[in-house]
Design a protein around this ligand. Structure first.
Ligand code: CO
Length: 446
């Protein structure tokens, strides 16, 4: 198989993973399915864990965050050498349907939506939108249950206002989220059902849940039904929703599946990054620490003091915080620092910020660059313009939470937080090769 074809296959599988994961719940489900298929054992946070040396496990929280880890074959003796962690996030900016969303105006049925995260509004107009998420319901036998639902079909649209009705549109039309973003779902009178009734029908028709009796809660979002694609004159690019940050989740999963049993390896993919990570399942919550404490307690290094046990392991650990970076856009090149403008298809980017919006230090940067050298992968760097504010990631949050040495990295992209983002078709596979190196995979990457 030629290198070109295998790269194509790799990208197709990556894009299929993203297409199968329209919401953080579905992303978590896709990751769980991938790990289960690779022989990882699912753990339940509410049960006692019997971890064994050489074991491979995963655990989820709130159906939207997941941690997978491998226990070294040598158990405690290897664990004390530290944990190799990779972190990413399962959520992306989107339009979330409000609890009582029904709007009936001018003969149209519309849905009230709340903006989740820092979405770019304009790209949401004139798209064939579908709906997916989690629904909590009461069954006919009186029990509570929740399930994931994905309509897959385009059922909603947010039409633009014609330019004839706003001649100034191209000089700066503003979008008011409350007023301008509610999508049109239907025309009134076609079928008269309330939103909860509609969701109940969807549960029966799309999720195969005839036992659903009453909808009690939902976290449903809109998403674009246009499938991801490999594009460009020479197929230089991959275009998709949610490249930020399902691309990194997928790379982490694929590398973890092959992780060696010589060290403890871990992947943490959390929800709520786009809204600050402060939640029970988010990176600013206790999920990672709780899992680390359980791992470390199961394989003690011989200290009587649990804090000392924890610190001995964490001091030897490294976290790769993997999230996409901003490639330098040729039409807006002045938005970048001239010396730090990453280019698509020239390798993963190390993100650095003196004000600690990124957690990279010269030491963690050196460790990442050494991995890139070993994997024979080129590497770039990003520093925001000195007169502009800087984004952030789970890197500084996790470093602050557990004190682990961290480096912020990711593939360069365009259109971050648009409904359709763009990355280079070679960079994902390169970063995957670096993650394999990190996880101690010996054979050369396919
Ligand atoms: Co991100």
């Amino acid at each position: 198989m030629s290198e070109q074809i295998s790269l194509m296959e790799f990208n197709k599988a990556l894009l299929q993973f993203i297409a199968d994961s329209p919401t953080p719940f579905h992303a978590c489900d896709s990751l769980a399915a991938g790990f289960a298929q690779a022989g990882f054992t699912r753990l339940d946070e509410a049960s006692a864990w019997q971890l064994r040396a050489g074991g491979r496990y995963f655990v989820t929280r709130n159906d939207a965050s997941l941690i997978a880890f491998t226990i070294p074959a040598a158990g405690s003796a290897a664990l004390v050498n530290g944990i190799r962690m990779t972190g990413a996030h399962t959520d992306s900016p989107c339009l979330r349907i409000k609890p009582q969303p029904e709007l009936r105006r001018n003969n149209y049925v519309q849905l009230g939506v709340e903006v989740y995260g820092g979405a770019l509004y304009n790209p949401w107009f004139d798209r064939d939108l579908s709906i997916a998420g989690r629904v909590d319901f009461l069954r006919t036998d009186g029990r509570l249950e929740s399930c994931l639902i994905d309509l897959r079909e385009p059922v909603a649209v947010i039409p633009s206002l014609a330019i004839h009705l706003d001649r100034e549109a191209n000089q700066g039309r503003t979008v008011n989220a409350q007023q301008h973003l509610p999508p049109i779902l239907s025309i009134t009178g076609v079928r008269d059902e309330g939103f909860d009734e509609l969701v109940l029908r969807w549960l029966r028709e799309y999720a195969g849940r005839p036992e659903a009796d009453r909808v009690l809660g939902h976290e449903l979002s809109l998403y674009d039904t246009q499938p991801p694609a490999i594009i460009g004159l020479h197929r230089e690019f991959i275009a998709s929703a949610r490249l930020d940050n399902l691309l990194s989740c997928y790379l982490g999963m694929q590398a973890m599946k092959e992780a060696s049993d010589e060290a403890c390896h871990l992947l943490v993919c959390t929800d709520h990054e786009e809204v600050g990570s402060s939640s029970a399942a988010g990176a600013n919550g206790p999920f990672l620490r709780a899992v680390l404490e359980r791992i470390i307690a199961a394989f003690p290094a011989g200290s009587a003091n649990p804090t000392e046990e924890f610190e001995r392991v964490i001091r030897n650990s490294l976290l790769l915080s993997v999230d996409n970076a901003h490639g330098i856009h040729p039409n807006y090149a002045d938005k970048h620092d001239g010396n730090h403008g990453p280019v698509l298809n020239q390798g993963p980017v190390i993100k650095i910020n003196a004000n600690q919006r990124y957690a990279s230090s010269s030491s963690s940067v050196a460790r990442f660059k050494a991995l890139c050298l070993q994997a024979d992968v080129p590497v770039q760097s990003f520093v925001v313009r000195s007169d502009m504010g800087c984004g952030s990631t789970i890197g500084p949050i996790t470093a602050t939470g557990i004190g682990v040495e961290t480096v912020d990295v990711g593939v360069p992209t365009f259109a971050m937080h648009s409904i359709r983002e763009l990355a280079g078709s070679e960079d994902a596979h390169r970063l995957y090769r670096v993650l394999r190196q990190f996880y101690g995979v010996r054979d050369p990457a396919a």
